[in-house]
Design a binder for this molecule. Structure first.
Ligand SMILES: NC(=O)N[C@@H](CC(=O)O)C(=O)O
Ligand SMILES: [Zn+2]
Length: 426
């Protein structure tokens, strides 16, 4: 099976190629990338005017499987990923039960194999049941295929337990994906603590909730030598600390989610729980720092934190609704509209942050690259096509997004995973 992608703007951070060229895929590998490939192919894709990038890698997805499949499951989540140009995703372990042992990890792996759409990698929980008390079988889960460990949804509040986990992660050569939040300081907060929370009369979440744990986690990573990846950074001081840690040579990376670089708490529509996520939308100053940090490559990764919830669950007050919004089907458009079109990042940086860097952090040697011999995971994106985001078009079970009705530029046209077309915009 040969697929020839013709005349696209090929953007490959691995080879630094950034020009119009053709890409030939043979079976599940990249065969050749150059101008004017003459080869016969089973399928020819006209990519004129489109970016052709290595398939996107989303390091932060909640698939909700097992146990919470009314919100999402491996199949619907994989379909949403494919529609978003994502060919590899890391699923977080805050499921029911929590994925804290090799058997549960294999359940997700097997289900993903049956779905046969995108590459689903499952992160293992750091502590048993995510209770923060006893370490889970980290070695066993890594042997069963976990590319990382994470307690996402929470921080491991006991620093000694976290240190032991980081020592194991360092030994096993896997990153720790850190959700930074001092739970004692949240104190019932449901949005950022600022003039808007005062105006709405809602309890706030201060920046220190995130910042204190970012500082702590960087210092424990320094001590143990493990790679620390900071999930969903939202504050200006997270950017400062990540920058300083990198300057000091500590092995650390950080991600920003589209909602945090697009919106601030000023955008919150009173009572609309689609604006409730954790960490919360922050202030203009925080957003500005995130944009600068993305531009200057302090932040290595754009991930979605795709967090589906049902309308019923979300259809309550700001105080009692669960935190989280979906992201898989809007991240490419928001990244192009808010970052590329406004000059914050180049298309090459987009490919780095959405594919190449995640592959490096997760040690996925055959991904995030269009070099011949690498996996035939490719996304074709029309950066100029504009459209209005409509939750009715989502294939995810989750419709919880504040971006319904937003006009955006940039549309995923074709997603190819392992040499097979897994999504096509028609
Ligand atoms: N981000 C969120 O608001 N919610 C996530 C948890 C998380 O990513 O921290 C979820 O699982 O719903
Ligand atoms: Zn989180």
């Amino acid at each position: 099976m040969k697929i020839l992608i013709k005349n696209g703007h090929v953007i490959d951070p691995d080879t630094k190629l950034d020009q119009v060229a053709d890409v030939l895929l043979e079976d599940d590998k990249i065969q050749e990338v150059k101008e004017n490939i003459k080869e016969e192919a089973d399928r020819v894709i006209d990519a004129r005017g489109c970016y052709v990038m290595p398939g996107l890698i989303d390091m932060h997805v909640h698939l909700r499987d097992p146990g919470l499949t009314h919100k999402e499951d491996v199949f619907t989540g994989s379909k949403a990923a494919a529609r978003g140009g994502v060919t590899t995703l890391v699923a977080m372990p805050n499921t029911k039960p929590v994925i804290d042992n090799p058997e549960r990890l294999s359940y997700v792996k097997n289900k993903a194999t049956q779905c046969n759409l995108v590459n689903v990698l499952q992160a293992g929980a750091i502590t048993q049941g995510m209770k923060g008390e006893e370490l889970s079988d980290i070695e066993g889960m890594v042997r069963a295929g976990a590319p990382a460990i994470s307690e996402d949804g929470k921080s491991v509040m006991n620093a000694q337990i976290y240190k032991e986990a980081m020592q194991i992660a360092a030994r096993m050569n896997i990153p720790v994906l850190a959700h930074c939040e001092d739970i004692h300081m949240v104190n019932g907060g449901c949005m950022n603590e600022d003039t808007n929370s005062e105006k709405f009369g809602l309890p706030g979440i201060c920046n220190a909730v995130e910042d204190t744990i970012v500082a702590r986690d960087i210092l424990i990573a320094k001590d143990t030598g493990c790679h620390l990846h900071l999930c969903h950074c939202s504050t200006k001081d997270s950017e400062v600390m990540l920058r300083l840690a990198k300057e000091e040579g500590i092995s650390v990376s950080g991600e920003v989610c589209p909602h945090h670089f697009t919106l601030t708490s000023d955008d919150i529509v009173e009572g609309d729980t689609n604006y409730k996520m954790n960490p919360p939308l922050r202030t203009k100053e925080d957003r500005q720092a995130l944009l600068e940090g993305l531009k200057n490559d302090v932040f290595d990764v754009i991930s979605t934190d795709h967090a589906p919830h049902t309308m019923v669950e979300k259809g309550v007050s700001m105080k009692s609704a669960p935190f989280g919004i979906v992201g898989l089907e809007t991240s490419v458009s928001l990244t192009i509209t808010e970052l590329v079109d406004k000059g914050w990042i180049t298309p090459m940086q987009m490919a780095e942050k959405m594919s190449y860097n995640p592959a490096k952090i997760l040690h996925l040697a055959n991904k995030g690259s269009l070099k011949p011999g690498k996996d035939a995971d490719v996304v074709v994106i029309d950066p100029k096509e504009s459209y209005v985001i409509d939750v009715k078009d989502f294939v995810s079970k989750g419709k919880n997004t504040p971006f319904h009705g937003k006009k955006v530029n940039g549309k995923v046209k074709v997603t190819i995973c392992g040499g097979r077309v897994v999504y096509e915009d028609k």
